[in-house]
Design a protein around this ligand. Structure first.
Ligand code: C2E
Ligand code: CA
Ligand code: CA
Ligand code: CA
Length: 279
């Protein structure tokens, strides 16, 4: 009886109602959104702090919903994962980036690798690599210009299959990066099991680095470990000069954060690339 009361209360709670309606609407509208051209991709530069050069960029999806406006990816990606629509969406992102890379090649924009986020769900597709190859061939893209960002969860799911997918990607020349490093429980185990090209240190470490000696020491250990395994290290979420100063000591460190640039539309990235050294 108590539970029923609570449910009734929830049912009439106007804020919850809006939340539920929004979630329902998002799930429903995701499919139409591709056809209606409501998605776009922003690019966030990755910068080598030794010379301030842009050495790559991460593709981040944006959704301009006709009613809700800009819906943050964390909101709709989760819903897309629940409904498995993420496979179609992930394919759209991959194809859009390849199309963009081809266009930039034709327009003689300085070429940099573009990193694409892959949801753990996508790694459950038997024909994932086949589909990627089809798109790569369609646009005649150099696979070296593509980097795939995976999270530890992807590696956990179906270890054997994920292992061979990652191997196949790397054989094609695609780079593989482990995203959100340091937020899971057993990241070190995966460094041994999977051949991975780059580690992306989660923003969490940067948030604390100026106030906690601990975070500095962990970052220090991670950078040394990764470099000893010949992996590139990308530090995410650098927002202040204070944070940047604490990581200047490292050679070959790549930084991604608001201090240099937020994720920007393709056209703005082109301006930055054409201007060469820009930060
Ligand atoms: P992520 O892969 O960890 O991407 C980095 C997120 O951190 C981005 O948020 C970026 O805008 C934000 N960020 C970058 N620098 C800073 C900084 O200095 N400070 C702060 N506070 N944030 C910073 P965004 O674009 O909202 O994306 C959120 C998450 O959504 C991504 O986290 C990723 O997990 C997911 N996502 C985005 N695009 C895609 C996609 O195309 N496919 C999939 N599967 N997931 C995506
Ligand atoms: Ca990422
Ligand atoms: Ca990340
Ligand atoms: Ca994340």
């Amino acid at each position: 009886v108590k539970d029923e009361g609570r449910n009734n209360y929830q049912f009439f709670d106007p804020t919850l109602d809006v939340d539920n309606y929004k979630k329902f609407s998002i799930a429903n509208d995701l499919r139409k959104a591709i056809k209606n051209d409501e998605f776009s991709i922003h690019y966030q530069p990755k910068v080598n702090i030794q010379n301030n050069q842009i050495i790559g960029a991460e593709a981040l999806i944006r959704w301009n919903h006709p009613v809700w406006g800009n819906v943050p990816p964390i909101e709709f990606i989760t819903i897309a994962e629940e409904t498995w629509f993420i496979n179609e969406l992930g394919h759209w992102v991959f194809e859009s980036v390849c199309q963009q890379l081809k266009l930039w090649e034709k327009e003689r924009v300085p070429q940099i690798p573009i990193a694409i986020n892959f949801s753990p769900i996508q790694f459950l597709q038997q024909n994932l690599v086949e589909n990627l190859i089809t798109v790569i061939n369609k646009y005649d893209i150099d696979p070296q210009l593509i980097e795939v960002e995976v999270t530890e969860t992807a590696l956990l799911n179906n270890e054997q299959q994920v292992h061979s997918i990652i191997e196949e990607m790397r054989e094609l020349g695609i780079k593989v990066a482990l995203d959100d490093f340091g937020t899971g429980y057993s990241s070190l185990v995966y460094l041994k099991k999977f051949k991975i090209d780059a580690l992306k240190v989660d923003q969490y470490f940067l948030k604390n680095i100026t106030i906690e000696k601990n975070s500095q020491q962990i970052l220090d250990a991670v950078v040394k470990l990764a470099h000893s395994l010949n992996m590139t290290v990308v530090v995410e979420g650098v927002e202040t000069n204070e944070q940047l100063e604490l990581i200047y000591q490292y050679k070959d460190l790549i930084v991604q954060g608001y201090l240099f640039s937020k994720p920007i539309p393709a056209i703005e990235l082109v301006d930055l690339l054409r201007n060469g050294q820009c930060f």
